[in-house]
Design a protein. Structure first.
Length: 117
């Protein structure tokens, strides 16, 4: 199984970035893909998730109305569109997969997002 996160970078506050998570190595139809982030000195936190088949989405309150998670089944890729970015969104962002009804069991490498004020 491989989860390849990309798309991070440096952006000014109120700017936008789109992260990608390219998934391979298993059939993800019974899985969910989630995005997590870890800021310096803080614990990793859940950001958003999407179920692969139904496309059901979930967000942490702090990113609702600013971030949108989506998936492209043909490309086996999950996206996180991040708008109106704030300095407090600065973190390493990770994507992970989990079987439906179970815990996240596979993690990709992170991609760094830095938002300057």
């Amino acid at each position: 199984v491989q989860l390849q996160a990309s798309g991070g970078g440096l952006v000014q506050a109120e700017g936008s970035l789109r992260l990608s998570c390219a998934a391979s190595g298993r059939t993800f139809s019974s899985y969910a893909i989630g995005w997590f982030r870890q800021a310096p000195g803080k614990e990793r936190e859940f950001v958003a998730s999407i179920t692969w088949s139904a496309g059901s989405t979930y967000y942490v309150n702090s990113v609702k109305d600013r971030f949108t998670i989506s998936r492209d089944n043909a490309k086996n890729t999950v996206y996180l569109q991040m708008n109106s970015l704030k300095p407090e969104d600065t973190a390493i962002y990770y994507c992970a997969s989990r079987p439906l009804g179970a815990r996240y069991d596979f993690w990709g490498q992170g991609t760094l997002v830095t938002v300057s004020s």
